[in-house]
Design a protein around this ligand. Structure first.
Ligand SMILES: [Zn+2]
Length: 188
């Protein structure tokens, strides 16, 4: 199904700089379904193949142009499939230490410092459930101070309402944060 991977070079739209080879640069593109929902992250090479074969169109580019064989395409930062593909329902990601820390960007929900533990907002010892809406990332100190108390009992508040991540944690929130052009398409 893949056509031969094209040799890619890029230049800025200004055109002053020499074309630079992009192979192995690690550049990646966000691929959206035709419905505009994020599907996955693909390599730049794969993205260009999708565009060249008419399977996807470029929605966001960083301004550089890619010369691939005999065509020039804007460097795809975000691209969208031209035809909708049915995606089986993603299995929900369970809240684990890793996924909760990832959702909360390793920030303590209570003090904003670096977090490496998970706190049950409504303590499990008092009937709180282990589910996305009841877990937050917390630093050891806050987790220890809070212990098995409820937030109103100690006058603490959550700065956000915990919820399940809307998209697979496998995407990696860090990669989305690293690419600002992706953020409007992917809600972390
Ligand atoms: Zn803390």
């Amino acid at each position: 199904m893949l056509v031969n991977a094209p040799a890619l070079t890029a230049e800025t739209t200004g055109g002053a700089e020499a074309a630079a080879p992009l192979a192995g640069s690690g550049a990646r593109s966000l691929l959206l379904n035709a419905s505009m929902e994020p599907l996955c992250i693909v390599s730049l090479r794969r993205a260009v193949v999708l565009v060249m074969t008419g399977k996807a169109t470029v929605l966001e580019s960083d301004g550089r142009l890619l010369h691939a064989e005999h065509v020039v395409v804007p460097l795809p930062v975000v691209l969208c499939l031209t035809r909708y593909v049915h995606v089986p329902v993603r299995r929900p990601v369970p809240p684990t230490r890793r996924t909760v820390l990832q959702r909360d960007n390793h920030r303590c929900a209570y003090c904003g410092g670096g977090a490496d533990t998970v706190d049950h907002v409504h303590p499990r010892s008092r009937g709180g459930r282990h589910e996305w809406t009841n877990v937050v990332a917390a630093c050891v100190r806050c987790n220890h101070r809070k212990a098995d108390r409820l937030l109103p009992e100690i006058g603490w508040e959550l700065p956000f309402v915990p919820r399940a991540p809307r998209w697979s944690v496998a995407f990696g929130t860090t990669s989305v944060r690293a690419e600002p052009l992706w953020s409007q398409y992917v809600v972390a």
